[in-house]
Design a protein around this ligand. Structure first.
Ligand code: SAH
Length: 391
């Protein structure tokens, strides 16, 4: 069988520098395939077709990722299948926890040494996994630690899905105290720009939402895909007729400032990106989420709140304000609380639903914009409960 096609950069990624060396994609894993593909793969390996369902039930139904624990399979089959369908894709390097274990960040090493992170957040009524779609990110937003790192490579479908399956297993173990023992939501808000790894992210969404044992059985409505605003890919997503939530990282209502804060705006302007987002909302009936990191004296002026209010008035959209999280070497700070309150008030007065996101995971550099695996040092682990990840 062939491995996954390697597409180092997407045509939707405007400023990507052509990669000279093809990044090494990982070996194939069952989560790369749908059930029919898994059936074909097991029969090619000389195993009965029903093994596909058996493996899938272990992996997606019972959240068992290690073939050695699938003891109802004959030992010889386990050996044959492990290399070809259940290779280890993610090796845990470190797990950090805060909020009494309700927030956990896991640092993973991939087969080629690339590092990515995932975050699990427990709430009284739900458990959310924040997962990465790329190692690093090519979008270069200056206030985001991942954006400062540059893009290493796209993740494979299975590398994306395996993060969620691992985190679902953590939730199921009861480790997230005070939360239900079931992963209910997945947000593509970890490292990377999901729409720059489009086909794999869409396949990953299909795996996460297919009913068990084909997939993890999450509701499409409980999946959020966040983007800097790659307009052609947003339009393509609209045509998929999925009912996932679309989040747009806007951060400024005017092109002058957005050109700086979200450099991809130099290619697709505010009006165009909002038009694509509103179109998504109209087609799917799903309210879009406008992400806006409030940065002191940069994008928090009352006139910008009023302009944003005018742009969003009467639209199927809500604003999620994110107090800026500190990142290494950044010259920017979060807005003072009174400024934040005034920004919220003006948006609400314009009839726009607005919430302020909690800053979960700040102490472990696990909050929005703080995921930069390369920079994880002993120092950043200080004060948090660091633990090696059990494989
Ligand atoms: N590339 C996608 C997915 C990442 S989601 C996107 O940009 O939408 C991560 C979210 O956190 C984005 O909205 C991002 O703009 C925001 N963010 C990045 N750095 C941040 C910081 N330092 N403080 C608060 N939010 C930040």
């Amino acid at each position: 069988m062939t491995t996954l096609p390697v597409i180092p950069t997407s045509p939707d990624q405007p400023d990507a520098v052509p990669t000279r060396r093809r990044p090494a994609m990982p070996p194939r894993h069952l989560a790369d395939l749908d059930l029919a593909g898994r059936q074909a793969a097991v029969t090619t390996l000389g195993e009965p077709a029903f093994r596909a369902k058996q493996l899938s039930t272990h992996y997606f139904g019972r959240l068992v990722r290690d073939v050695d624990l699938m003891t109802d399979l004959p030992a010889a089959s386990r050996e044959r299948l492990s290399g070809d369908l259940l290779p280890t894709l993610l090796t845990g390097v470190r797990e950090l926890a805060c909020d009494d274990g309700a927030t956990r960040k896991t640092l993973w090493r991939l087969h080629d040494g690339a590092l990515v992170e995932s975050v699990l957040m427990g709430y009284p009524d739900r458990v959310t996994a924040c997962i990465s779609s790329q190692a690093g990110c090519g979008m270069a937003c200056p206030f985001c630690a991942t954006g400062q790192q540059g893009l290493t490579r796209n993740l494979s479908v299975a590398e994306i899905v395996d993060q969620a399956v691992y985190l679902a297993g953590v939730a199921a173990s009861g480790a997230v105290t005070g939360s239900p023992p079931r992963l209910s939501r997945v947000v593509f808000m970890g490292m990377g720009e999901p729409l720059a790894n489009y086909p794999r992210v869409i396949d990953a969404v299909r795996r996460l939402t297919a009913p068990a044992p084909e997939g993890l059985g999450l509701s499409q409505r409980h999946i959020t895909v966040s983007t800097v605003g790659l307009v052609p890919a947003m339009r393509r997503l609209t045509a998929e007729e999925l009912s996932v939530t679309l989040a747009l990282s806007l951060h400024a209502p005017d092109d002058d400032l957005r050109d700086e804060l979200v450099p991809v705006n130099q290619r697709w302007k505010v009006a165009e990106v909002l038009d694509a987002a509103f179109h998504y909302a109209a087609q799917t009936g799903r309210r879009i989420s406008i992400e806006y990191a409030l940065i002191r004296d940069v994008n928090d002026q009352p006139w910008r709140a009023d302009l944003l209010g005018r742009l969003l008035h009467g639209k199927l959209a809500h604003v999620n304000l994110i107090p800026l999280n500190p990142t290494p070497g950044s010259k920017w700070d979060a807005s003072p609380k009174p400024v934040e309150r005034e920004f919220v008030r003006r948006l609400r007065d314009a009839g726009v639903a607005t919430t302020v996101r909690d800053t979960r995971g700040r102490e472990i550099d696990g909050a929005c914009g703080q995921l930069a695996a390369g920079e994880l040092t002993e120092a950043s682990a200080g004060g948090a409960a660091g633990a090696e990840v059990a494989q």
